[in-house]
Design a protein around this ligand. Structure first.
Ligand code: NDP
Length: 799
């Protein structure tokens, strides 16, 4: 056999094997007899039923794993409850030390964690070693800081309680750290279910918790499949659910938790655009595409799976990509020279192949590297793939493939790029490649996604919030935003359910004939800046406190709600208006309301029977609240983060969009203003259902709005029966969020349950009454936070 000579190597430039040693990981598994256990109440516990976890790169059995039952979830939740008191009694400093210890332990065990992750998931060791595990350590460090600062930075907040967390298989330990670190830092205890395919590092992490001396029951890990996950999210003693995974399961979880009062954050799928302009450095953009779609075999929720190239450079860019794809190396993920490892499971390979076949059938051109034909069929490999000539409406442009498959499209203009980028139900991330920073910064706010990377991709850091818009979910992980997701305002526990005694008489004490005598006093609806007759032409009698007829309001129906949402959507220039302009208009509304103060006092007295001083106080407080939000308009600013690499991340607080509001009955004017003012101050457009019982205080506001320069469509008001109207609002595809402060708890359930249609954000009172006069309960940053969503724009610097 001829010896390989150096000169031969120079000719081929072929890599030699550079295998990572898997012996320490194998020994770790052997020491446990290849059997994993749940970690409940500080003890490792086996289960009667088990399933197996295999190495997707070679099919080897790695371990048997207990299948968590409802009873295991019960035990884990009870252990977490028991641990709450002790964990919360610790000082912020003490909790911080535990998080710091976990960060250090992750670093000290980095090699073992990386190897276990690669064996279990199939990702290249280079990625688990250089990306996943360092980010895990960083997350615990960062949150050791938040743990210490909790009481200073979040003074009026407290932990939610026991948190149920369900995570996916694509970044098993990283997703676990994103869930566990903020939950612990805020002072919660945890029950977490890892993904069925990737249970190894969760088990090693449980051992690190032991080593860190974390009190028993603070972190509990129950293995299992979707049924175990369902038992966890449905458990009555869970205060909050945090989920990362598919949009379909996110919907199921929203439905399952509707009305329960559990807070919920969902980090779901994506179909993120990678947009390349003609003036971009194409070679950098090519590397960005490689990273964007071929990192982790494309099994990344924020993968840049749609490539949009400006037509003038499309051919050149595609040629470069065709040549680059051939230089990628697919193979044993334990080899340090490998770029593309194994897909997590055969079922996922099948799913990828099915979607690629659909793409080709719908007219796309398949491009795979020459080495694709050598892809080992025995294990879970799928070659890096490009689909050219994809149409924006084709399946592979719309559906998340969650594999190494890039759908390539072209565009002509800046505007067209934005249109195609936003032509998706998702909104997780986007990359923009251009040398024109002005244009990039103009585009970034126009793209509907939680993260925008300029001339970069897949940048992540614990200090920079991550999360989606639209069907990519809600809530942020990382940064201060991520901490709020694990805290609740302290006043919340003081809220009591509504009592039914305050209901007004339902029958008019005057005859129908009488109500028709005289001038018609029917208040219309307020849609698109105009007073509009209800579509059904029906009206509802409004009675005074004494049961006497005092007027009528239009009875809105489904069509009116749809018209109102349409008008709100058209008023999008409000969202782009300068903050100063919005402030001026809020002050102007206050000015015009003040000039008609006596009229509103009389109206409130007539409807509610309030004393003159009580009615005057309601109007005064409403005026003061308008001033509060006029003040906040230009002060609720974003932040500039400085993550450890050479970039800045600009955290912009953007409006959510079209927000529906269901108002309470009590304090009919003040309740309305308390909810509508923060919504419009932050640049949203509102569709409001005022109090069922006392709508006239709000219908009297139409003239105030009309004289205050409020652009048409910014506030739309539909009077009627809130139970019926709420259904249409909650199911509406073009409404981005819905706030429900109705006295009926069942309306909160309905709103949350129907919100799954487009995964709109919801904020509900679950039939608990708040004090609209209390500044703590009824105004301030909590409202502003619900009226905004954070977009992080990453801008690298340096040469
Ligand atoms: P899932 O959404 O099904 O799984 C995520 C997690 O939820 C897993 O732990 C899973 O358990 C659990 N789960 C499943 N059903 C329920 C339920 N009804 N209630 C509570 N928990 C549940 O994702 P898959 O792993 O099945 O992947 C399917 C597709 O989802 C992928 O092809 C990809 O498109 C997408 N995906 C998106 C991710 C993202 O980060 N955006 C991450 C992972 C997947 P189990 O492990 O047993 O299935």
């Amino acid at each position: 056999m001829s010896k390989t000579e150096v000169k031969d190597i120079f000719k081929t430039m072929e890599y030699g094997p550079a295998l990572e040693d898997d012996q320490p990981a194998k020994s770790w598994l052997k020491a446990r007899n290849g059997k994993l256990e749940h970690y409940i109440g500080g003890k490792f516990i086996s289960g009667d039923q088990t399933f197996e976890t295999h190495n997707p790169a070679n099919g080897e059995l790695l371990a048997t794993v207990p299948q968590g039952t409802a009873s295991d979830i019960d035990k884990a939740t009870a252990a977490a409850h028991k641990a709450l008191k002790k964990w919360q009694a610790l000082s912020c400093y003490e909790r911080s030390k535990y998080l710091y210890a976990l960060a250090r332990l992750v670093q000290k065990n980095a090699r073992l964690l990386a190897v276990l992750e690669t064996l279990d998931n199939g990702k290249p060791i280079r990625e688990s070693r250089d990306i996943d595990i360092p980010l895990v350590a960083r997350h615990f460090y960062h949150h050791a800081g938040w743990a210490k600062l909790r009481d200073v930075e979040f003074p009026n907040y407290e932990p939610c309680g026991v948190i149920g967390q369900v995570i996916p298989w694509n970044f098993p330990l990283l997703m676990m750290s994103w869930k566990i670190a903020p939950a612990l830092a805020a002072g919660n205890t945890i029950v977490l279910k890892p993904a069925e395919f990737t249970p190894l590092t969760a088990t090693l992490f449980a051992e690190l918790c032991e080593k860190a001396g974390l009190p028993a029951g603070v972190v509990n890990i129950v293995h299992g499949d979707g049924k175990t996950g369902a038992a966890l999210v449905e458990h009555k003693d869970i205060a909050k659910v945090a989920f990362t995974g598919s949009t379909d399961v996110g919907r199921i979880i929203r439905e399952a938790t509707a009305g329960s009062g559990k807070s919920l954050t969902l980090e779901l799928g994506g179909k993120s655009p990678n947009i390349v302009f003609e003036d971009a450095d194409l070679d950098s953009a090519v590397e960005g595409v490689v990273d964007g779609i071929w990192l982790n075999q494309g099994e990344v929720c924020c993968a840049g799976s749609r490539l949009l190239i400006q037509e003038s450079v499309a051919e050149r860019m595609i040629e470069k990509l065709k040549s680059r794809i051939n230089t990628l190396r697919l193979g044993n993920p334990m080899d340090k020279t490998i770029d593309i490892g194994a897909v997590v499971d055969k079922s996922q390979v099948k799913h990828i192949q099915e979607l690629v076949d659909i793409g080709v059938k719908e007219g796309a051109t398949l491009v795979q590297p020459d080495f694709a034909k050598n892809t080992p069929a025995s294990a879970c490999f799928y070659p890096p793939t490009m689909l050219l000539n994809v149409q924006p409406a084709s399946t592979v442009a719309e559906q998340e493939i969650f594999g190494p498959v890039l759908s390539v499209m072209s565009f002509r203009t800046h505007e067209e790029a934005i249109e195609i980028a936003n032509n998706t139900r998702y909104g997780l991330a986007a990359s923009i490649w251009t040398d024109n920073i002005n244009m990039a910064l103009d585009m970034a706010p126009k793209i509907k996604s939680g993260v925008v990377w300029i001339n970069s991709t897949n940048m992540l850091d614990a200090a920079v919030g991550f999360g989606g818009y639209r069907e990519s979910g809600y809530g942020r992980e990382g940064g201060a935003e991520g901490m709020y997701a694990y805290l609740k305002p302290k006043y919340q526990k003081t809220l009591k359910p509504y009592s039914k005694q305050n209901e007004k008489p339902s029958k008019s004490t005057v005859s129908n004939d009488e109500t028709l005598i005289g001038i018609d006093r029917t208040a219309k609806l307020y849609i698109g800046g105009k007073q509009a007759r209800p579509d059904g032409n029906y009206s509802i009698d409004i009675l005074g406190d004494d049961g006497k007829f005092i007027g009528q309001v239009g009875e809105g129906n489904r069509k009116d709600i749809r018209n109102a949402v349409e008008a709100a959507a058209k008023a999008d220039s409000w969202s782009k208006a300068p903050h100063h302009t919005r402030a001026q208009i809020l002050y102007y509304i206050a000015e015009n309301l003040e000039s008609r103060k006596n009229e509103f006092v009389d109206r409130l007295r007539q409807m509610t029977g309030a004393s003159k001083s009580a009615a005057a106080e309601e109007v005064e407080t409403a005026l003061s609240r308008l001033f509060t939000y006029g003040a906040w308009c230009d002060k609720y600013d974003g932040q500039v983060h400085t993550p450890p690499n050479r970039s800045v991340a600009v955290a912009m607080k953007e409006p959510v969009g079209n927000i529906g509001i269901i108002c309470p009955d009590e304090a009919p004017l003040l309740g309305f203003i308390s909810l509508v003012a923060p919504v419009i101050a932050m640049g949203n457009r509102a569709v409001v259902i005022p109090s069922d019982l006392y709508p006239l205080a709000v219908t009297d506001l139409y003239q105030v709005f009309e004289t205050s320069d409020l652009p048409a469509g910014v506030v739309n008001i539909v009077t009627g029966h809130r139970g019926d109207l709420a259904k249409t609002l909650a199911g509406h595809q073009n409404l981005d969020a819905l706030w429900c402060f109705a006295p009926e708890a069942e309306l909160s359930t309905l709103v949350e349950s129907l919100s799954t249609s487009n995964l709109k954000q919801t904020w509900c009172n679950y039939g608990l009454k708040r004090d609209w006069y209390s500044a703590e309960q009824a105004e301030g940053e909590e409202y502003l936070r619900h009226a905004t969503q954070v977009k992080n724009i990453w801008i690298p610097y340096g040469e």
